[in-house]
Write a protein that binds this ligand. Structure first.
Ligand SMILES: Cc1ncc(COP(=O)(O)O)c(C=O)c1O
Length: 379
């Protein structure tokens, strides 16, 4: 079988883990590997502070706390999304207001956001699906005009950009995921990107059990104690060690993923031209990191047949997400604003093809051949 994802492995991961355990004797959080990864991410994004976290979900939870989101507040998010961002706000007692997506990028439709704003709206949280940016100029101007926090679930967006600016740095706070399904993996992990240095200390305390331990380690105070509410969001050095080995060759990893993405695009382009399938769009202002390659079938029935066909050929093709507004928790904790023109219909047509760093050219050609076989027969 060709899986849809293979968690990344590069040899330096083993050596780094050995160093953390045997040489550094530092396996808990915030040791040399965590510091190195944070510095690398700060240099990449230009953000004044990037904190490594135990997951992107936890970074999103931290954002909700840092923005002071609470009961009665509303947060505008797309329904076509992973549940983590919605959970972050719901855990604080807020309501999710789901807005429809654009069918070309599967991102929140920026033209619908303003209509969904009420006197209770506190934040807009975008997700850059497949590492392709939302229309951030328009969204930023809405957020500024209405005095709302602009938050980015950039779980899939490391090394993608919008008008040359890294994803995760286009709002007040952003988050990347380093889950094993992402381009870069520390198993479970993520980071919180702060574009405003004023949030550094509150975020550090929130991440370190509500204490000012980070200030103590910097020599800014002579003892640390419990300052505010917090939890433990710092990952182990073992996880950070894995990540560091990949960051050393981050551009090579991204180039390979983009090569595979382009091979799929070129190999299937004529099927789109003939109206048999649709391919992903990358608007000119967006630079993608090749995180996901998807195609869109005619409808859910065709997609079911396609997935079965690919399985029969030894290829795993998968779909996601089931729209949040139509899930048990979404119905309880949120509401859809306006008409669901595209969220449900487009989510039922989308299917992902295998894409991972070690996928070989011959395997890519094989997958393309299997896709072509199905859609040429379908006419
Ligand atoms: C858009 C999006 N947000 C959040 C997450 C959660 O990331 P993590 O598993 O690091 O918590 C994911 C992971 O799949 C995701 O795709």
């Amino acid at each position: 079988m060709i899986p849809y994802n293979m968690p990344i492995f590069v040899p330096g991961m083993l050596e780094n883990m050995r160093q953390a355990c045997e040489v550094n004797r530092k396996v808990s959080g915030d040791g040399p590997f965590t510091k190195k990864a944070s510095k690398w991410l700060e240099e990449l994004t230009g953000a004044p502070k990037v904190l490594l976290t135990t997951s992107c979900s936890h970074a999103l939870d931290m954002m909700a706390v840092l923005c002071g989101i609470g009961p009665g507040d509303e947060v505008i998010i797309p329904s076509y999304n992973f549940p983590s961002a919605a959970n972050a706000f719901v855990l604080r007692g807020a309501t999710c207001v789901f807005v429809d997506i654009r069918p070309d990028t599967m991102n929140i439709d920026e033209t619908l956001i303003e209509h969904a704003i009420t006197s209770r709206t506190k934040a807009i949280c975008v997700i850059h699906y497949a590492g392709v940016a939302c229309e951030m100029d328009a969204i930023e101007s809405i957020a500024r005009r209405h005095g709302l926090f602009l938050l980015e679930d950039a779980a899939q967006g490391m090394l993608s950009a919008y008008n040359g600016r890294p994803l995760g740095t286009l709002g007040d706070m952003g988050a990347y995921s380093f889950h094993e399904t992402k381009n870069f993996s520390m198993g479970e992990g993520g980071c919180l990107i702060l574009t405003d240095a004023g949030y550094q200390l509150p975020a550090e305390m929130l991440r370190e059990k509500g204490t000012d331990r980070s200030r103590f380690f910097r020599g800014e105070v002579d003892k640390y104690n419990w300052q505010t509410m917090g939890s433990s969001y710092l990952p182990s050095e073992i996880n950070a060690a894995c990540l560091c080995a990949q960051l050393d060759i981050a551009h090579k990893i991204t180039s390979r993923r983009l090569q595979i993405w382009r091979a799929y695009h070129d190999g299937l382009f004529d099927l789109q031209a003939e109206g048999r399938i649709e391919l992903p769009a990358v608007p000119p202002e967006c630079r993608s990191n090749g995180h996901i390659f998807f195609i869109k079938c005619r409808d859910i029935q065709e997609r079911t047949g396609f997935i079965a066909h690919m399985r029969g050929r030894g290829v795993t093709a998968v779909f996601h997400y089931v729209p949040l507004h139509d899930s048990p928790a979404g119905r309880k904790y949120g509401r859809f604003h306006g008409e669901d023109r595209f969220t449900t219909a487009e989510s039922e047509r989308l299917v992902r093809l295998p894409l991972y760093y070690e996928l070989q050219d011959a395997q890519v050609e094989y997958v393309i051949g299997c896709v072509r076989e199905f859609f040429m027969k379908a006419s």
